[in-house]
Design a protein around this ligand. Sequence first.
Ligand code: SAH
Ligand code: SF4
Ligand code: F3S
Length: 430
Amino acid sequence: MKYHIWTVGCQMNVADSAKLGAGLERLGFEAVADAGSADVVVLNTCAVRQGAEDRAVSKLGRLKKLKARRPEMTVALMGCMVGQRTADLQKRFPYVDVFARPQHFDDILLALGSDPAQLGGEFWPETVSEPQGQLAYVPVIEGCDKFCTYCIVPLRRGRERSRPRDEVVHEVAALVRRGVREVTLLGQTVEAYGHDLDGRPDLSDLMGAIHSLPGLERIRFLTSYPPDMTDRILEGIAQLDKVCEWFSLPVQSGDDAVLSAMRRGYTVAQFRDRIAKVRSLMPQAGITTDIIVGFPGETDAQFASTYRLLEELRFDKVHVAMYSPRPGTFAWRKLEDAVPEDVKKERLRAVEHLQERIAGEINRGLFGTTQPVLVEGRGERDGRLFGRTRSGKLVHFEGTAAAGAVIEVRISHTSPWSLSGEVAVPAPAT
Ligand code: SAH
Ligand code: SF4
Ligand code: F3S
């Protein structure tokens, strides 16, 4: 039996797809690159914005045709497009055989006539995905309790649940044995890790527990949520040398009234304080953020505050999105999506433009320096090696080095999006 999984959305979805794939393989299924030749096709979907849903819907249109030709094929719709009630989805997509909420892998296995009990329970602790290379994602806390007014994630992924520390350690150790050199610990608000566990270990305790695993070279983590990012966690991280100085810390808006309407749970001043703490402990830290433009009622002046904050804090990267009303959220029910589309687009472009300049300047500052890079592989198009700096910057470079090695690269060219250079101390060829 052959399976094909198509994934959109965040790293959590990528990790979920890997886990499902690992479970299917333990049950004897084999992965195929082409949906047309698969016995089961799974769409792992995202609903964070309308655009993400539209992509899944267009994919479903193609699957409908395949299914008409091969009715014996199983089509599964998984992930954040699937809520508690599926009647509407069933009506829209009658050719879909099974709807599974995020991580409800068992529903898919049952539809295939397999017994999920063979795989060891809810988080499938015994099912570790086969790594695709040197890097792996490891979810450590599932769900989200924050209920920002615009966001569908808590509605689709449920309440926060931390995975037991030993289970995470076990999974990371298994991944490292299979060649993984860098893990990224995942959570929607990753610093909330442990608040629901006995002894209340925090994220830095968890990192301390995996830090000693031989062969593990780097640890990353995302996404950070400012109020959960305690001094204790930051100070702990700063002392663990495998933990990379790289933060994904969404601010969403630079205006207090908008932050409050979003129910983000912090003010601009509190956010600034977190950035200052990170930079005081780790001056070389790479910091990325997320921004929503055109939130209901966002005025020109409020947007200008966001723009100024980006100029002031100088992030390495900014993910900017236009507000998209999400059915079921507070903002969708109570706040009119009043900012016109063209104004949203204008604000989006303004942020992109500003950020291109800032990232260009920051990266130019790295010209001529030597950076340790974890080699991920060779680019298919240009044949050059590539990898990332500790601060999360993509580097393409010339030379010889084995995938998984950490080598020194001299930066000889920079752009707002990436760096390039050559191996500074040639590594022995493999
Ligand atoms: N947990 C993370 C991010 C989760 S969603 C956090 O707290 O920030 C990823 C990003 O999608 C968010 O950071 C936000 O910028 C964007 N996003 C979420 N809901 C959105 C919506 N309704 N419209 C536009 N962008 C949205
Ligand atoms: Fe969504 Fe807010 Fe939770 Fe992030 S913290 S997932 S934006 S509700
Ligand atoms: Fe999308 Fe769900 Fe992630 S909505 S961003 S796939 S948590």
